[in-house]
Design a protein around this ligand. Structure first.
Ligand SMILES: [Zn+2]
Length: 283
């Protein structure tokens, strides 16, 4: 499941192909993914210029010259592939159409952007740009973790009095948008906070300290994704999936990496999701 850094990496990879460019031809090869596509999606996209390609939480939003916005959600298995010669040194011939190429955008600059999704948990929608913030997928989202509205005072206030574990609170998309299981585990390890700690029992100091740590964890992952883009382009034009080294995520039973700590990383299940943490370093 791509998390915020992966989605941001995909967005950045799409920028040279799409932003400022006209969609010369949109091909929509089926009626739905997770949900039905909006009516006449191919017709509404063809001829439109992408004014801005932005991200909100895990959604990519293309604001179009037609005053509509195209929302792209990768879901579990959605992949974006770029081919064509706009990538300079990283030329990719347009590949033969694959079975799960559901939407293909041929840009006027010669790039081709393909949305491929074998499991079809992804989604696309279109709506007036002016109403984007009211879209059902976007309306209830909390602030962006890398945005100015997400600061120490905000997070402390939202955690105050909350009886849920801090792990669950940080996964709550109403509190902060786009944080997923992997990066919450990594954040709590770096903060030295147990995932079981009740959110409302954190001191203001410890709650506030989470803000720069969340920003750092996400920023580092985005930077890792950026440096992987070149490799992926060289490989096959696919954007967004890259190998990380995690400190705790996926490391159950392995030694804690904190210098001097002799504990092993533990795994517990909270709200149906695995939490990886060091029982000694995280309190
Ligand atoms: Zn430890």
């Amino acid at each position: 499941m791509p998390e915020l850094p992966e989605v941001e990496t995909v967005r950045r990879g799409l920028l040279p192909a799409m932003e400022g460019q006209v969609i010369a031809l949109a091909q929509v090869n089926r009626a739905d993914l997770r949900w039905p596509f909006p009516p006449q999606m191919a017709e509404r996209l063809t001829g439109a210029r992408v004014l801005r390609l932005r991200r909100r939480s895990k959604y990519i939003l293309a604001d179009l010259s037609t005053d509509e916005t195209l929302l792209i959600h990768l879901g579990m298995s959605g992949r974006m592939l770029i081919s064509g010669d706009l990538l300079g040194a990283f030329h990719h011939d347009h590949p033969a159409p694959q079975k799960h190429d559901h939407v293909v955008l041929t840009m006027q600059n010669g790039a081709r952007v393909t949305f491929n999704d074998a499991r079809r948990f992804g989604a696309m929608d279109m709506f007036p740009t002016a109403t984007a913030e009211a879209h059902p997928l976007l309306a209830a989202l909390g602030p962006e973790p890398l945005g100015n509205a997400f600061d120490e005072a905000y997070l402390s206030a939202r955690l105050k009095g909350r009886n849920t574990p801090i792990k669950s609170a940080l996964l709550d998309q109403h509190i902060v948008a786009g944080l997923g299981n992997i990066y919450v585990c990594e954040t709590l390890y770096r903060a030295g906070i147990s995932p079981k700690k009740k959110a409302g029992e954190l001191t203001v100091k410890r709650a506030s300290a989470l803000v720069p740590i969340i920003r750092d964890v996400l920023t580092e992952a985005i930077e890792a994704g950026g440096s992987s883009l070149r490799d992926y382009r060289q490989a096959d034009g696919e954007l967004g999936y890259f190998q990380h080294t995690f400190q705790v995520y996926g490391r159950e039973g392995e030694p804690c990496r904190t210098p001097g700590c002799t504990s092993q990383i533990d795994r517990i299940v909270q709200s149906g999701r695995s939490s990886f943490y060091c029982p000694t370093c995280q309190r």
